[in-house]
Design a protein around this ligand. Structure first.
Ligand code: ATP
Ligand code: MG
Length: 189
C-alpha cells in the first residue's frame, strides 16, 4: 500500500457520503463501495429502506461473501417494496416499517459494530416525509469516529447534504426505460 493509500494515521476518519440525483447508479455505487470495503476486512451493513418485494441479486452475493469467506457483509431489506406516493397521507404500515428501519439503523450506527453502513433509499423515506431528517442528522453526528455512512436516493435533504463529506449527483443522460425496456436481471435487480 502506498503512503497515499494509507495516509497518516490521524487523517483517517469516517465519512458521510450521499448518492443522489435522477440518474441510475445510486444504489449500485453504494453496493460497489460496500464490496470494496468488505474486501478490506471492514464490517459492512446495508439496510434498505422501503425495498422488500423484489429479490435482488446483491442479497445473495452478500450472503455468499459472509457465509463462506469470512467477510462481514450483511444486507437486509426493511420495507415491502412499494410505498403509496402522491396521496395526502403515507400508509400507516409503510410508516411503521420506516420507523422500525430507522430504529435499527440508528442502533447500528451507534453500536460500534460496523465500519460501513449503507442506508439505501433512505432519502426517499425522508422525501416522502416518513422520516424526519433532523433525527437522522442527530444520530449521524453522534456516530463512532471511524464509521462511514452512505445514504442513497433522489432529492437528498439539504440538512444531510450540508453535513455530508462527499455528495454525488447521478445525472440521467438516458435510460433504457424510456425506450420501454423493462428492468433487466443483473442490471436492475
Ligand atoms: P440502481 O439500483 O440501478 O443503482 P438507483 O439506486 O440510482 O438505481 P433508484 O431511484 O433507487 O435508482 O431506482 C431503482 C430502480 O429504478 C432501478 O431499477 C433503476 O434502473 C431504475 N431507475 C433509476 N433511474 C431511473 C431513471 N432515470 N428512469 C427510469 N428508471 C430508473
Ligand atoms: Mg436505489
Amino acid at each position: 500500500m502506498t503512503d497515499l493509500q494509507q495516509g497518516p494515521e490521524d487523517s483517517r476518519r469516517g465519512l458521510i457520503l450521499i448518492n443522489t440525483g435522477a440518474g441510475k447508479g445510486k444504489t449500485t455505487a453504494a453496493l460497489g463501495t460496500a464490496f470494496r470495503a468488505a474486501g478490506n476486512g471492514m464490517r459492512v451493513l446495508v439496510l434498505q429502506f422501503l425495498k422488500g418485494s423484489w429479490h435482488y441479486g446483491e442479497l445473495d452475493s452478500a450472503e455468499a461473501l459472509s457465509s463462506s469467506n469470512g467477510f462481514t457483509y450483511v444486507m437486509r431489506q426493511m420495507g415491502r417494496g412499494f410505498v403509496k406516493v402522491g396521496g395526502a397521507e403515507a400508509d400507516p404500515e409503510d410508516l411503521r416499517m420506516v420507523e422500525t428501519a430507522w430504529e435499527e439503523a440508528a442502533a447500528a450506527i451507534l453500536s460500534g459494530d460496523w465500519d460501513l453502513i449503507v442506508l439505501d433509499e433512505i432519502n426517499y423515506a425522508i422525501g416522502y416525509k416518513m422520516l424526519d431528517p433532523e433525527r437522522v442528522a442527530d444520530v449521524l453526528r453522534r456516530r463512532p469516529e471511524m464509521l462511514h455512512v452512505i445514504l442513497t436516493g433522489r432529492n437528498a435533504h439539504p440538512v444531510l447534504v450540508e453535513m455530508a463529506d462527499t455528495v454525488t449527483e447521478m445525472r440521467e443522460v438516458k435510460h433504457a426505460y424510456q425506450k420501454g425496456i423493462l428492468a433487466q436481471r443483473g442490471i436492475e435487480f
